[in-house]
Design a protein around this ligand. Sequence first.
Ligand code: GSH
Length: 343
Amino acid sequence: MIKNKTFRWTIQSAAAAGFVATTMLSGLAHAGPTLDKISQRGTIKVGVGTTPGFFAPDSNGKWQGFFIDFGRALSITVFGSPDKVEFTSSSPQQRLPALQSGEFDVLLSGVTVTATRAFKLGFHFGPTVFYDGQGILVRKDLGVTKAADLDGATIGAQSGTTGELNVADFFRKTGKTFKAVTIEDTGQFIAALESGRVDAITQDSSDLVGKRTQLKKPDDYVLLPERLSKEPLAPAIAGGDDRWLEIVNWTVNATIQAEEWGITSKNVDEFLKSEDPAIQRFLGVDKSFGEALGLDPKWAYNVIKTVGNYGEIFDRNLKPLGWDRGYNNLWTAGGLLYSPPFR
Ligand SMILES: N[C@@H](CCC(=O)N[C@@H](CS)C(=O)NCC(=O)O)C(=O)O
């Protein structure tokens, strides 16, 4: 009953103020420290990387990419607009501490979900948005076709990444040796490969595919076929703000669920006429659902209308780089993407 009272109060005051964001930010559960800061600031601060297709400024300086679109989707859920979000790139080494210290509200930078990051560092993760694996990029003229051929090679990894540990595990496991060169700065990491300071670099294969396009002679380099690890990449937030975590979770889920229903940015208005009660709840035709969550009932509609469903986000940003869906397909199409129910 208390909950219902809180709910009525929130809705009435929001309506009276004509300020829907109040509802979205407070809702039933109290906003925690991150959401409070977001609300006061009026923007979401997002830490990103610099990989074409995933996150990169376009010729007008506007950030574009797969992860960027999820940042815009979060901005829509919280503020009803895709532009209340600031993207800042920082090195993999810097960004987890920066998240911890509150400099970022969320990382959409290809962070791998790991037990250490959850238990020891206290981070929470949203749903995996990209199932990746660590790869190795080598110069073609080395004549190497598989990772095992790299016995004795010098291999660069970026400091603060899972890649640093995985490559050591891989060589230990396979009984081979390698010389590790750890580099923090992304520019120097790539330059080390081009200058021959290292024979190969290792990172998430998504990152290597994107960064390869930035090399002076991309065709001189090849991504080896092995994947050294599982790298489920997910939004990462600091612990202590359950409501912010749920906003992250359900914003991503909305893009996946919309794809499962065949709802796209193009046809979403057609779906407003759907007789399916689940779709009516999802799109806010039945307002009671969104209201019960403390969100604008149109939040998922607005996300899909503006940013598109998961498949549209993937195709817009990653298809041009040659990615196919693979594991990053819906569970109904043989992939791993599965949204819990919207009800
Ligand atoms: N997934 C790994 C690697 C993260 C990572 O390094 N991501 C790439 C992008 S996918 C990156 O930020 N590279 C540096 C840059 O783009 O500036 C981790 O969580 O440690």
